[in-house]
Design a protein around this ligand. Structure first.
Ligand code: APR
Ligand code: PHB
Length: 385
């Protein structure tokens, strides 16, 4: 079997790449170890930058997103008994974000690929990448796929990054001393906008998926287990951390999903070796506080699509050679912003009373200085694409 681009992973990165390449007349095969049902149900992030929305619309997969996505023109920072709105329409006029679940993006992309006759293999076993420097090929479940280029879109725990010989990559990593407990609930959001709440008991985030589904996160210890978090405990903790301002009451409902996600920053440099190109979580991870993970994956894929188009249409390798360098500036900006938002809003056991006062003072600065609030807003909605 032969294709131009062998893609490992049917997350947003792999699926979008396959679809954008198809629109340029470039063939690909996507190899995914999980089932279609699994990847379509996996609950992940849900904040799309304008550049991500534009990319999906241009790719012809924005119809449901435009219909069901929720445009947001601000977020709330809540701390010390007060609420403060970061007003995008004032600070970054004309720019906003759209709340639309990642698994909805995945569903839309799979439907578009299959409708166009795309080749996605689900539940494939033992995917491995070989001969990365010349005539690369993939093997899986006893089959062989020859390709000109391999795209490693298989997330943080995938096989593509470890297939690069030792010593080639330099990795940068920071583990945070806490995790997020993510909760999906069948209840109308208690707020029109996202609430990022900093309390002495830890961080809480109120987000949403639709007018009838709410999404919440709680800062929890790094080794937390969902078994320790029965529904009543989750609601009690969300109340304690969110009902801190006058007039706000949290509406509760049926919890339909919960999971614990570790918090980590990670970057690999370069994001390529030979004919293997890494995109999305395979190359970098951000803590989710800045809502950048999915948007970075889409940004990588856009750069890679342009480079592959130049390669397959004109035989030029310049853009492919510069792929990693072209992506890493945005990747590092997002790393910094995500680290900044995380340290601004979480409680660190290592912080003494002095450290906590510094954090509150910085929050006061961000919410009272237009320059500081603009820094937050322009990074949150996404720097220009
Ligand atoms: N063989 C085949 N597929 C694999 C393998 C493997 N060995 N290992 C992982 N995969 C698949 C996973 O099952 C998953 O479907 O690769 C896919 C990777 O998808 P994601 O983890 O969603 O990563 P990506 O497409 O880069 O999406 C960007 O950023 O912040 C996050 O939540 C955001 O998940 C999103 C990510
Ligand atoms: C989400 O809705 O899943 C979400 C929102 C904002 C974040 C992270 C996750 O910062």
């Amino acid at each position: 079997m032969r294709t131009q681009v062998g893609i490992i992973g049917a997350g947003p990165a792999g699926l979008l790449l396959s679809h954008l390449l198809h629109l340029r007349g470039i063939s690909s095969v996507v190899l995914e170890k999980r089932s279609r049902d699994y990847v379509e149900r996996r609950v992940r992030a849900g904040v799309l930058e304008q550049g991500t929305v534009d990319t999906l619309i241009e790719a012809g997969v924005g119809e449901r997103l435009l219909r069901e996505g929720l445009p947001h023109h601000g977020i709330e920072l809540r701390y010390d008994g007060e609420r403060h709105r970061i007003a995008f329409e004032k600070l970054v006029p004309g720019r906003a974000i759209t709340v639309y679940g990642q698994q909805e993006v995945v569903k839309d992309l799979i439907a578009a690929r299959l409708e166009a006759g795309g080749d996605i293999r689900f539940e494939v076993e033992d995917v491995a990448a070989h001969s990365l420097e010349d005539r690369p090929y993939l093997t899986f479940g006893g089959e062989r796929l020859d390709c000109d280029v391999i795209a490693g879109c298989d997330g943080f725990h995938g096989v593509s990054r470890p297939s690069i010989p030792p010593g080639v990559l330099k990795t940068y990593e920071r583990d945070y001393p806490f995790a997020w407990l993510g909760v999906l609930a069948e209840v109308a959001p208690s707020s029109e906008e996202l609430i990022y709440a900093r309390t002495e008991r830890g961080f809480a985030l109120h987000s949403m998926r639709s007018p009838t589904i709410s999404r919440f996160y709680l800062q929890v210890p790094p080794d937390a287990d969902v078994a320790e978090w029965p529904d009543e405990r989750i609601w009690a903790e969300l109340r304690t951390r969110l009902e801190t301002v006058p007039g706000f009451a949290l509406t509760t409902g049926a919890i339909i999903e919960k999971s614990v996600t570790p918090m980590r920053g990670f970057v690999t440099e370069p994001m390529q070796h030979g004919r293997l190109y890494l995109a999305g979580d395979a190359a970098h991870i951000v803590p989710p506080t800045g809502a950048k993970g999915l948007n970075l994956a889409v940004a990588d894929v856009r750069v890679l699509t342009e480079a592959l188009t130049a390669f397959f249409h004109d035989g030029s390798t310049g853009a492919l050679d510069g792929y990693s360098a072209a992506c890493l500036k945005r990747v590092w900006r997002a790393q910094h912003f995500s680290w900044w938002m995380t340290t601004l809003l979480h409680t660190f056991d290592s912080d003494d009373a002095y450290g906590r006062r510094l954090q509150l003072s910085y929050l006061d600065y961000v919410t009272s200085s237009e320059a500081a609030a603009t820094t937050l807003a322009e990074n949150y909605v996404g720097l220009p694409w």
